[in-house]
Design a protein around this ligand. Structure first.
Ligand code: GLU
Length: 554
């Protein structure tokens, strides 16, 4: 009589190793007590999703906080969905955010003794384990065609029973090993399924480090573990890889909770101890009042590349993601005057349980604070690097002008009242562009936004007076006093308050005077500190610009 053992020996003729051999080949790691081995396991199906950066950042942090190991495994068994080059790109983007694996898949190479770290190269390892399950009668070949599976589903729908390949609906589960062997020998195509012993009406409980104990219906599905192309499915590969790579905690998105019963049964059937699980909240978005997952198709912010292109410093995105991970992070940043997530003590209990809404304002807040904390010099070099790739205009203006641009970036930088006007690097050129002559001329070519109710002659008189009287050597407060004096000479009150008390006596107040000067120099009503603008432009350029504005006024 043909047994499952015979069947396994036939299907896996090439397999000489046993699970015991694998246990020896991939020994337990020698790490300090409580050290965590975590992993990030992306599929090479496109760009790095914000949620994946979140997961990888937390996994990396957990491993490094405990002197453990963080590794990357490429889950490329779904060859149909694979996008060429995306594995390498994921690694480059992770590197950009300082998520550097200690071991595993590194793009074009890999490092570590628990590999290969690319699933498509691990077929021989999965085969050892599937052979074992088949020998035990816990795995069997399934010859059902796509059409047959559809038929089963239609019947289940009509009968209003839970859909899936299980129990009486698992047509191939009772095929004898002998018949299976004959059909395989005859060249019939097949997949290999797991034989579940579970009952959907009973519950199984597992512990989640974030959510506590979770009770959920047992698995009763005979899931596919090896596809017809010889590669495993996610469920099976997860059990085998996380066991033999000696993962201590599996960190992944909460969308996997529903699959845990399958994983529990697989680990048990393989006699593997369970890893810890931590299912992280998914990043969502409000759409017409409804929460939904950030979508690759609809939301630019789903892609990490979007934030790199916009020029959000990597620290900003990391700080933002850490504020999602731990609700006390934001408070910690204020107390410690630091946004460095490496200094922060992460904890699973401070993590939100439900999907979190993507909050652009919060990200902008972190980003403004972080950019404001750079030295002008650091900011300059970051801008050069970023603009080289993403903003040619800015790049051309700043690359050979280090001293000038650093002075510009230094305006109101540092100290208690530091200016916090930049959210991302993309905003830099629109804000500081006027400092460059060509941009200034471009801004003013269609006119200046002077107050239309103000007599042009008055504006010209003020500008002329300014050209003659302005003293560049005065510090900010004395300089502002001189602007007040200038205003008074032209019948403008020295403060808004005085003007308001007696509007009939004045043409306006010192604020109006400063605005005229600003508009002439900048071409807009807003700019960084006017005194600094004057200092940086210098007398000659200031006078050239004022003359141009006077000319415009006619
Ligand atoms: N390859 C799976 C994914 O991209 C990984 C899930 C896991 O981390 O286990 O969703």
């Amino acid at each position: 009589m043909i047994t499952y053992k015979d069947l396994a020996n036939y299907i896996f003729q090439d397999v000489n190793e046993t699970i015991e051999d694998l246990e020896k080949r991939f020994p337990q790691r020698t790490l300090p007590l409580n050290a965590e081995v975590t992993r990030f396991a992306p599929s090479p199906t496109g760009f790095l999703h914000l949620g994946s950066l979140f997961t990888s950042l937390v996994a990396c942090k957990v491993a490094h906080d405990t002197n453990g190991v963080f590794y990357i495994r490429l889950e490329d068994t779904d060859t149909k969905r694979e996008i060429e080059g995306s594995g390498e790109q994921l690694i480059t983007q992770l590197e950009h955010f300082g998520v550097i694996p200690d071991e595993g898949y590194l793009g074009n190479s890999e490092k570590g003794i628990y590999g290969p770290y690319v699933q498509s190269k691990r077929a021989h390892i999965y085969r050892v384990c599937i052979k074992y399950l088949m020998e035990q009668g816990r795995a069997y070949p399934c010859f059902c065609s796509h059409e047959q599976i559809e038929e089963i589903r239609a019947v289940q729908e009509a009968m209003k029973v839970v859909p899936g390949y299980y129990g009486e609906y698992a047509m191939c589960r009772n095929i004898s090993p002998e018949e299976a062997l004959n059909r395989i020998k005859a060249g019939e195509k097949y997949v290999i399924r797991f034989r579940s012993l579970g009952n959907h009406n009973d519950k199984v409980t597992f512990h989640d480090l974030i959510r506590g104990d979770i009770s959920i219906a047992q698995n009763d599905l005979d899931v596919v573990i090896m596809k017809s192309d010889g590669l495993p499915t996610y469920h099976f590969a997860h059990a085998v890889d996380d066991h033999f790579m000696r993962t201590t905690t599996v960190l992944r998105g909460e969308e996997w909770i529903a699959s845990v019963p399958i994983h529990l049964e697989l680990f048990k059937a393989l006699n593997f101890p369970l890893p810890n699980y931590a299912h992280l909240p998914v990043i969502m978005k409000l759409d017409n009042g409804n929460r939904r997952k950030l979508s690759k198709r609809k939301d630019p912010e789903a892609s990490v590349a979007h934030f790199i292109e916009e020029g959000f410093p990597k620290e900003s995105l990391k700080a933002y993601l850490m504020s999602i991970a731990n609700s006390n992070f934001e408070e910690w940043t204020t107390i410690n005057h630091s946004f460095d997530i490496d200094e922060f003590k992460f904890s699973f209990d401070k993590m939100s349980l439900d999907g979190v809404l993507f909050d652009q304002d919060k990200l902008n807040y972190f980003s403004k604070e972080i950019i404001a904390s750079f030295t002008a010099n650091d900011f300059y070099h970051r801008l050069v690097e970023w603009s080289k790739e993403y903003d040619k205009t800015l790049y051309e203006h700043i690359v050979s002008n280090e001293e000038y641009v650093t002075k510009i970036l230094n305006i109101e930088r540092g100290g208690e009242k530091a200016r916090k006007d930049f959210v991302c690097y993309k905003e830099v050129y629109p804000i500081i562009g006027f400092f460059f002559k060509d941009r200034y001329l471009d801004i003013v070519k269609d006119g200046y936004p002077f107050n239309e109710n103000m007599d042009k002659k008055v504006i010209k008189d003020i500008l002329n007076d300014f050209m003659e009287s302005n003293d560049y050597s005065l510090p900010n407060d004395l300089w502002f006093n001189s602007v007040k004096e200038l205003g008074k000479r032209h019948n403008f009150a020295e403060s808004n308050k005085i003007y308001k008390q007696n509007k009939d006596m004045y043409l306006g107040h010192v604020g109006d005077v400063a605005e005229m000067i600003r508009i002439a120099l900048v071409g807009a009503k807003n700019s960084p500190n006017l005194h600094s603008v004057l200092q940086i432009l210098g007398k000659e350029e200031v006078n050239n610009r004022i003359k141009l504005a006077i000319e415009y006024l006619g």
